[in-house]
Design a protein around this ligand. Structure first.
Ligand code: NAD
Ligand code: ZN
Length: 359
């Protein structure tokens, strides 16, 4: 299927199709002619899918190159962007070149940021290969890198020209990375679409078994929701913030674990925590909270903070985040009617209770 992110002159298509990687060379040549197509991929994805795409581009008589970097969050730094930019310059990439971000969210964030700044901006497309990148990070135009002081602190809003989502590449994705992406999938059901939550409940086995038609419908729904939210609120006024459901505590758990706990796993824990806060504040019925938690567990995702993590440290990361965003900590809390509220009224006592730390 094809979706559209409606952003006026910067609107762009999202193609969701098994096998669409093979159509990328022809689509690029027809829609966005470029002097050179430069693939950016981590070394894992470069070997699994990048080499093939590079050869397909060249076989279609297009000038193409590939730059790769070591896989993992540790590569999402200014140093990697600087290295990529120098490599691009050495390859002679000019203003009419196009960057192709092929990979997970790390690659999309890095390559998108590179595209935003190289020669003050060149075109780029997203070809997300992890489930997390397919349902979340490849759509919306947030790009950037981490700093030693924290995640995603340095970047830009820069929209791609298009997004190519090939579901077939999920076949090579490690199972834990697939489940990691499913946390964000569940998030969309809770924040925006109760019928989608029902769908996820009913099709769990098929989703976990990577059944093509169900996975395709699932990814399309997530991209439609994300595209709608981004089109209505590109630069994170209020609406886009709902996408941060589960992320307030999630980020703190991720940081306290030194990123041993994967992002989606941390978000799963954060969604359960936010639901508990919502129950204690009388916004969410215990029954609906139990349904959300039960579903997260049924998808093989964690619901509790690992025993090995220091809860006081999690709290101190929350307070650091709070300072960074101007002194107010926002929580996205689910309500019984299936909507969510963005609130700055969660108290330290609420947080202590959910983290089970004494005052
Ligand atoms: P990732 O890019 O590191 O990918 C996870 C792992 O899966 C990597 O080892 C990668 O090599 C591997 N991989 C990816 N696709 C594969 C495939 N098809 N087959 C085999 N292996 C494959 O991490 P991620 O989980 O995709 O993304 C997390 C990043 O995304 C974080 O840095 C996060 O901040 C960012 N993010 C950005 C946004 C945004 O809006 N820009 C939103 C959410 C997350
Ligand atoms: Zn997330």
């Amino acid at each position: 299927g094809i979706l559209q992110v409606g952003l006026g002159e910067r609107s762009y298509p999202i193609f969701v199709e098994s096998g669409c990687l093979a159509t990328v060379p022809a689509e690029l040549a027809a829609r966005w002619p470029a002097s050179c197509y430069c693939l950016v991929a981590d070394d894992t994805v470069a070997a699994l899918h990048g080499q093939e795409l590079l050869e397909a581009l060249r076989a279609a008589d297009l000038t193409a190159e590939m730059l790769s970097f070591p896989a993992g969050e540790a590569s999402k730094t200014i140093e990697t962007v600087a290295w990529l930019a120098s490599a691009a310059a050495r390859l002679g990439l000019d203003r009419h070149s196009m960057i192709i971000a092929l990979g997970g969210g790390v690659t999309g964030d890095l390559a998108g940021f590179l595209a935003s700044a190289y020669l003050r901006g060149v075109d780029f497309v997203q070809v997300p290969t992890s489930l997390l990148a397919q349902v979340d990070s490849s759509v919306g135009g947030k790009t950037g890198v981490d700093l030693p002081e924290g995640k995603n602190l340095f970047g830009a809003f820069y929209q791609p020209k298009g997004v190519f989502i090939d579901l077939h590449v999920l076949q090579t994705l490690p199972e834990i990375q697939y489940r990691n992406g499913l946390a964000e999938v569940i998030k969309y059901g809770v924040i925006r679409e109760p019928t989608f939550l029902d769908y996820l409940e009913q099709h769990r086995d098929a989703i976990l078994a990577l059944e093509p038609t169900v996975v395709s419908e699932m990814v399309l729904t997530c991209c439609r929701i994300k595209a709608d939210v981004v089109a209505a609120d590109e630069r994170e006024g209020d609406l886009r913030r709902i996408l941060n459901f589960g992320h307030t505590i999630g980020h703190a758990v991720e940081a306290a674990s030194r990123f041993e706990v994967l992002h989606g796993m941390a978000v799963a824990i954060g969604m359960v925590a936010a639901s508990r806060i919502a129950v204690s504040r009388g916004m969410l019925s215990a029954e609906r909270a139990e349904r959300i938690t039960g579903m997260i567990a049924a998808y093989g995702l964690p619901t509790e903070i690992p025993e090995t993590l220091d809860r006081r440290q999690i709290k101190s990361y929350l307070l650091t985040d709070k300072k960074r965003i101007g002194g107010t900590l926002f929580f996205i809390l689910p309500r019984s009617d299936g909507s969510v509220v963005i609130t700055d009224e969660v108290t330290e006592a609420d947080i202590d209770a959910v983290l089970a730390v004494g005052p």
